[in-house]
Write a protein that binds this ligand. Structure first.
Ligand SMILES: N[C@@H](CCC[C@H](N)C(=O)O)C(=O)O
Length: 261
């Protein structure tokens, strides 16, 4: 089969996008999805996203997200923002969207080239030894430490991801260092890519909330400096619960192509 694909990236977190409204790709075809994400034998990407029609009329489309290992996974924040840009390109939406993903409904809007995505509420942040753990649509372990620029994220991230504590489901791991009162540097090891990625949307969302929760910032608008650029997270907090969580940043078309598979 000849498959038309689109490539998008959001602060360097890159995705193969498929308009799958005609169901040309089966979500059980792990081998094909892994092949398409392969940077040497395929197109290359941290993940693959299928845009499909939503069953419910209230949504503009449905997001199905796969990690580079070919398995369907939990929510991808940067992927969701890229999918909104793709839906605009396809003429499905103009500058705002309501879509359904694996973790529930999402709203999004586009303004001055920046795509903002509303994330799910976060009701719990737990402490695990010297780190914090929270689920922002995907599971995230957040550790504050010095010298993240020179650390081996792949090795240290994998040690935590495969530790006894997380071994069944795994986790994404974020290493964080404060830059100013409301600005943090972040490097993320992603489950399902099993390596460092240049940015992780659900990861920086977790970092912003963990930083507030731990008293490392008193601001509810936090900038996150990732390997591939800059993202912003805004939220409201009441009694340790977080709502109105918005992830914002660029999401760009890279190229379009055809692959025989
Ligand atoms: N890159 C993503 C996170 C994707 C999901 C993650 N790899 C997992 O399986 O938990 C993002 O931008 O949020």
């Amino acid at each position: 089969m000849k498959l038309t694909f689109f490539k998008y990236q959001g602060t360097g977190n890159d995705f193969v996008m498929i308009d799958n409204r005609d169901h040309k790709i089966s979500k059980n075809n792990t081998k094909l999805i892994r092949h398409l994400c392969d940077r040497r034998f395929g197109i290359g990407g941290d993940g693959l996203i299928c845009l499909e029609n939503a069953e419910e009329k209230e949504f503009d489309f449905k997001m199905i997200y796969f990690n580079a290992d070919g398995n369907e996974s939990s929510m991808c924040g940067n992927g969701g923002r890229c999918l909104v840009a793709f839906a605009k390109f396809l003429g499905i939406i103009e500058n705002s969207a309501k879509f359904i993903a694996v973790d529930g409904p999402h709203e999004a809007f586009i303004k001055n080239g920046i795509i903002s995505l509303k994330m799910q509420n976060i009701d719990a942040v737990s402490k695990i030894e010297d780190a914090l753990y929270l689920n922002t649509g995907s599971p995230h372990h957040v550790i504050f430490r010095e010298g993240i620029a020179t650390m081996d994220v792949k090795k240290e991230g994998a040690d935590i991801r495969y530790s006894d504590h997380y071994k069944t489901e795994g986790t994404n791991v974020n290493f964080v260092e404060p830059v100013t009162e409301n600005e943090f540097s972040v490097r993320t090891y992603e489950r399902g890519v099993e390596d460092e990625t240049l940015s992780c949307g659900t990861g920086v969302t977790a970092v912003a909330i963990a930083a507030f929760h731990a008293g490392k910032t008193s601001s509810n608008s936090v900038d996150l400096l990732v390997q591939g650029g800059k993202l912003n997270v805004k939220f409201e907090e009441k009694n340790g619960k977080y709502s109105e969580v918005w992830l914002s940043g660029p999401a760009e078309f890279v190229f379009k192509g055809e692959i025989v598979c």
